[in-house]
Design a binder for this molecule. Structure first.
Ligand code: ADP
Ligand code: NI
Length: 227
């Protein structure tokens, strides 16, 4: 087994049962997308694949603050998979800098390989897959309310306001407006931008159909801002 295969098996062992949408399948999808971007962007395939596979292995919400700070699982898996020191260091540097909040607060320091993985992780929140993840997250860990026609999305979310609203009052549709329909503008790489455009249109087509079926002209107008 290659280093990558060993790491993939270890991630499956760790996240195989994780129900919080940070599951094994998310890691595999991000890895696949990241490798596709990597070929177009001339990144390092080993670093990109390992960082993508390991990026959620020490997630704060799942494994707590100590793991998140020390990257305990990622370090262990890199070690046990036999990654060389230089590759492991590059992977850990990327994993410790990934994430939407870090991006928004401007503290993200990533090189080209990191940009590829960050784009791939954001792309997995978009498109058809992103719609499904949002609905499942909303039902399992959020408010359980898909949509409220009286509650329009918030504008200009700073990091503070993004985190201030409890997920218990947020609808799945508003999560799409407040976060997912803004990701297109946050892509680092050219190939990420192209894929984001396609996935963005998948989401707006879905929302347009949803509002049209319910004859909600105010929401159809609002949606046009995101065309
Ligand atoms: P990642 O950065 O790996 O995509 P997140 O923890 O940000 O992971 O979110 C996991 C998934 O759940 C994403 O698809 C995200 O869009 C969705 N999600 C996060 N918060 C909410 C929410 N409040 N309502 C609905 N879906 C959400
Ligand atoms: Ni992720």
């Amino acid at each position: 087994m290659s280093v990558r295969e060993k790491a993939a098996a270890a991630v499956r062992e760790l996240l195989g049962n994780e129900k919080s949408m940070h599951d094994w399948e998310h890691s595999v999808r991000v890895c696949k997308t990241a490798l596709r971007l990597c070929r177009a962007e001339n990144g390092d395939e080993d670093i990109v694949a390992l960082a993508a596979l390991l990026h959620d292995c020490d997630d704060y919400k799942v494994f707590g603050p100590e793991n998140a700070a020390k990257l305990t699982n990622a370090r262990r898996i890199l070690d046990e998979s036999g990654a060389d020191g230089k590759t492991a260091a590059a992977v850990l540097e990327i994993v410790s800098n990934l994430g939407y909040s870090k991006y928004l607060s401007g503290v993200q320091k990533l090189d080209r390989n990191g940009h590829i993985v960050q784009d791939a992780d954001m792309l997995d929140a978009m498109g058809a897959v992103g719609i499904v993840r949002t609905i499942v997250f909303n039902a399992v860990a959020g408010s359980g309310r898909f949509f409220d026609p009286e509650m329009f999305p918030r504008e200009n979310l700073s990091r503070e306001t993004y985190q201030s609203k409890s997920k218990n009052e947020e609808t799945a549709v508003n999560h799409m407006f407040e976060k997912l329909l803004r990701l297109r503008g946050l892509m680092y790489t050219e190939s990420g931008k192209r894929e984001a455009e396609i996935r963005h249109r998948t989401m707006t087509a879905f929302l347009e159909a949803f509002f049209r079926e319910r004859e909600l002209d105010g929401w159809l107008d609002y949606l046009r801002r995101f065309a």
